[in-house]
Design a protein around this ligand. Structure first.
Ligand SMILES: *Cc1c(COP(=O)(O)O)cnc(C)c1O
Length: 380
């Protein structure tokens, strides 16, 4: 039996809640299930205000609109990320300034951010790769010093935390001025396609609701704050239907048990591959002391692109699907001519050497053992 790279997990309650949503007779957005999901998310991320969106991409587009990104504004972000991190700001006319990854981790190199700031820099977008926190202490202080925004692309980072030097622990998504989560079917908690905007600055709240509702004040109207609603700003259709929210609700109700099992799988991989990591032939996932592990992903960093290709092929022959990940955005066909030419060697290294192992809740302990054995056999 083939071991798939990803197989979306269902809690079993999804269809019950879908039927319940249909029975209410109102399945457009911002209904009961949307409110329930938003309230759970506000609790688990400890953020003051959450709006469900149709995707993380949409939540990032809302961030760009809320920060009033204009033609020529500069936004700093890692090159080793998903296209949506950049597209959301490109759509508003921003110039993207890519940062390299860290030597010890695919996340952005916080040390290289300060030197890229100019009078035109509007925001830094921190991407928590594999759900592992960026050094938010450094990024927050750079953003504050230059009086620019800090956004978290927390697509992969649900239930992950950051530990400040003073010992305080905060949830990822609650530190940036604005943050985005993803509930795409490849993420820990999913509804096929979905996301959320996390608003940590109260001055964004009113406008966020308007942008979310196609530029109208319909949300305030529903609350009885205005007697009719109309067009008051730019916006789009960023809110998901109640069907997506109903599905998502069943997942959010089970976030603790889902996370518990994901962490077990992650630990089993880590333990099984420990002797291999000790040989230093491949690098394990790295989790800095200020970060926690939300078991979003288990990746290895091979010594070369050829070795990665052979490993993926070897695993394929024993019916295991392992995959590589992002290709550096600064070197993409869309962006290569727009990039300022700075070499970003670590982003390129992870583009060519990183491999992700199957990771989903249908994996059995025996299957994880089989994957570990196959990798060990390859390196023996
Ligand atoms: C998945 C992902 C996205 C996009 O999420 P969607 O919900 O599919 O729009 C953006 N950024 C990162 C880092 C991601 O992993």
């Amino acid at each position: 039996m083939e071991i798939q790279f990803n197989k979306p997990y269902l809690t079993g309650k999804e269809t019950d809640y879908l039927q319940e949503a249909v029975a209410t007779g109102k399945i457009s957005g911002n209904g009961m299930f949307t409110k329930k999901c938003q309230s759970i998310l506000e609790n688990i991320t400890e953020t003051p205000k959450v709006l469900l969106t149709t995707s993380c991409t949409d939540a990032l587009e809302m961030c760009a609109i809320l920060m009033d990104i204009q033609e020529g504004d500069e936004v700093i972000m890692p090159s080793f990320t998903f296209v949506s991190t950049a597209n959301a700001f490109i759509l508003r006319g921003a110039k993207i300034v890519f940062v390299d990854s860290r030597a010890d981790h695919p996340g952005m190199d916080e040390e290289k951010v300060d030197e890229l700031i100019t009078g035109k820099t509007k925001a830094i977008v921190a991407v928590h790769y594999a759900g592992v926190a960026c050094d938010m202490e450094k990024l927050r202080s750079i953003a504050d010093r230059h009086n620019i925004f800090l956004v978290e692309d927390a697509a992969q980072a649900i239930q992950s935390k950051f530990k400040w030097l003073d010992g305080t622990v905060e949830n990822l998504g609650s530190i940036g001025d604005l943050s985005a989560l993803s509930f795409h079917e490849t993420k820990n908690i999913q509804c096929g396609e979905g996301g959320a905007l996390l608003i940590n600055k109260t001055e964004f709240e009113k406008r966020a609701e308007i942008i979310w509702e196609k530029g109208t004040n319909r949300t305030a109207f529903w609350r009885g704050e205005v007697d009719k609603y109309g067009w008051v700003d730019i916006g789009s259709s960023f809110l998901p239907s109640e069907l997506s929210a109903a599905f998502l609700y069943s997942q959010l109700e089970n976030v603790e048990s889902i996370q518990k099992r994901r962490l077990e799988i992650w630990e089993q991989y880590h333990l099984g591959l420990k002797p291999l990591f000790e040989t230093e032939k491949v690098r394990p996932p790295f989790i800095p002391t200020y970060a926690t592990n939300n078991a979003h992903m288990f990746y290895l960093v091979c010594a070369s692109e050829e070795e990665r290709m052979s490993l993926i092929t070897h695993l394929k022959t024993v019916d295991i699907s392992a995959v590589f990940h992002y290709q550096s955005l600064h070197a993409s066909s869309y962006f290569e001519n727009k990039h300022d030419g700075r070499p970003l060697p670590w982003a390129d290294t992870y583009s060519s050497c990183l491999v992700r192992l199957p990771f989903h809740l249908h994996l059995t302990n025996d299957e994880v053992d089989r994957i570990v054995d196959s990798i060990n056999t390859f390196y023996d």
